[in-house]
Design a binder for this molecule. Sequence first.
Ligand code: HEM
Ligand SMILES: [Cu+2]
Length: 846
Amino acid sequence: MDSEPANLISEQDLDSAEYRRQSAARLLKAWETPRGWRYWSAVNNSEVGMWYTVASFCFFLFGGVLALLMRIQLAVPGNTFLTADQYNQIFTMHGSVMMFLFAVPIFEAFSIMILPEMLGARDLPFPRLSAYGFYSFVIGGIFVCGSLFFDAAPKGGWFMYPPLTSSFQDDIGADIWLLGLTFIEIASIAAAIELIVGVLKCRPPGMRINLIPLYCWYILVVAGMILFAFPPLIAGDILLEMERAFDWPFFDPQRGGDPLLWQHLFWIFGHPEVYIVFLPSVALMAMMVPTFAKTPMVGYSWVVLSAVGTGFLSFGLWVHHMFTTGLPGISIGIFSAASQAVAIPTGVQLFCFLATFTAGTVKRSVCLHFIFAGLATFIIGGLTGVMVAVAPFDFQAHDTFFIVGHLHYVLIGGTIFPIMAGFYYFFPLVKGKQLSERIGRIVFWLVLIGFNITFFPMHITGLLGMPRRVFTYPADMGFDTLNLISSLGSMILAAGFVLFLYDVVRPRTKQPLSERNPWQAGTLEWLAQMPDQPWGVRTIPIIESRYPLWEQPNFVRDVDEGRFYLPDAVEGKRETLVTTVIDAEPLQCLRVGGPTFLTFFAALFTGGFFIFATYHWWLAAIVSGLIAIGVMLTWVWTGTAEIPEKERKDVGLGLSLPLYISGPNAVGWWAMFITMTADITAFVSLVFGYFFYWTIHEDFPPQPLQGPGVFWPVTGMVLLLIAYGLTLLSRYWNRSGQVSAFYLSLTLAAVVSLAGACALLAGPWLTGLDPTTHVYPAIVWVLTGWTVLHVILGVIMQLYCLARRAAGKMTNQWDADIVNVSLYWHFLALTVVMTVGVIAGFPSVS
Ligand code: HEM
Ligand SMILES: [Cu+2]
């Protein structure tokens, strides 16, 4: 091939200790973590993943303290430790923090840290995106939690039902929840995209899709669920915030709105959310179980199939949270049955774990204790779950402490215990040292006993009739003793966590480094040296089995001696391999971005946009938003699709790979595709809103209201389709080297796009649709506004491509920018057609 012979790495080289030393030094230099205050500009997965994990754990501790405050308040009847208002803020924040700032992020955080090591990759494909997600998460989290200290926290419960949160609470709390958490959800989606592309495209050569570690399957399932579950909630957030800020009556029945739409959108998110927080813990167990049983997982394909099945099924269950809203009996029946059915794939996974234990020889440890405790607790929670899935039982138990008992058995059994096991298991990978088994035993028993004393009595208090979300109760209702027991239990539980925390943070200077691969596991992440090096892996191996450390001879030695791919960093750049989705055949040597503060500033100003908007400081919000876009453009401009100094590069073992690719093989293309899937899901949720209103109204659009008419929307659509065509043409002309035709068509496309956006707005504007009068004009405006904002983004992208070409950063050969922008426009065209079809076409057929 046409790579320069000087760069070829030969067997002889690798046999020389001197060459091995030098190449390792070059690699280390390229991947060096910055020091001093610049440390915070690091973007590589191990640093960012660790910060992210620590941050989400801090939020867990914060949520835990809130829980203790509640338990203190409820310990005795008629207590005045907290006021009703404080209690409302605290239970809302407890639930929201645990779900949005702990349970989901810790999975993403941990996965960012560990995924590249599991895949024998150097890093994730978009390190800067992870850093952006992390900073957004921290800024948003501090904003939301901070509100509690100013007596301004949300107090509508973690599911924020209107009309309580629309007409009855006009303080800032609900806005903080809606905007702050939307911001964090966007960060969660960013991480999900990163993780999916990581699993699909950054595997080591040979690791076909049926050889990937089980954890990676769960990443695919859970991140995929995040992509489809969070957007409906974001859509709901937008609607509720529009109602609160501008009086658009989406949930106000007097003007045609309906609070049930919120419940649907919330639970279309909310039920999958339960599995989004549970499946990652199953994933952790799926990594630990084979290690402790010393044998490969029994029924790998069954585990995978049932994980995928759980993911799918979980989207069809949301109505079981709405059994008491007066829905028709038929839907209650269907959703009740579906809810029972999800027990099947869940059961399959647990049985595979048990079978693995039976097949192997089990080694005892604190991890294993937590795994078994987790399984048992989760099963109890699952059984009470099957009880409340039976609608008549739910009519009784709904909104009582029975539910609080149930949900904590699931959440603590299903997530906290496995996460604790994970801590003990993976701690040496991060710190190079093990947690104490001796202290761990005590932690385990405190947590297990404390947990059961706290939550078991809640089932009974609930059945005796104690409602959840009330700040106190009168004496002699029969709840007194049970509540006191619960509260004492929570102290034991807390003591367990305090002891655990002590073990994590206590100085370990005297403790010797852990041996390498202390648990004798079989998967790639345990290649790591103690302490770990920043390069991720010394050299990217060829994989032939699911447990290469057990099954591939001389594997560790060959990796250490650099005998696989990319053992060197001759040009001093950060590089990793990109492979094909199914068979993991090498495709590209990808260069990823290094340290930068840009991601921090991008997150800061994105945060500014949401925070200022919360306080209705519109000007500040807009300025902050524009700065955020500017910073992001700089980041993309300086860090993506860089033209390499040569076409191909020798990556070792006689293989030469391109340094740059565009189109469906490129990681950037996948990221855009996945982002747009999430984006279109949010849009479809808004469209769902339109049809939801249509089904509940006799006449929709309501007479005598006129819709936006046909003329302007259709004109807008035609113009935007022309712009779409021109964008595609410009891609073609760019590639065929007709530069002036490229400039002309893309400039024209931008102009026509703006004209199209104006025409779209002209529809509702000229027909005088006032969004505050009725839900019909409001939803029409929302669909139009959504589309117009996307057109503006599309224009920014067109201008970006024009600038790239002008600056020589895009050529007919190196054209990833325009290829990705065209991909965006495919989705935009679809959005435009659907919007116009709905607002202009549908009224004439309905
Ligand atoms: C660590 C010990 C914990 C204790 C002592 C605890 C205690 C409580 C209590 C007493 C309530 C009911 C408040 C009420 O209805 O008046 C509650 C609600 C809730 N908890 Fe926990 N909890 C703990 C951990 C967790 C964890 C780990 C999660 C999730 C991963 C979680 C998620 C929730 C949710 C979603 C609610 C419902 C909030 C609402 O009604 O809006 N909790 N918790
Ligand atoms: Cu559910």
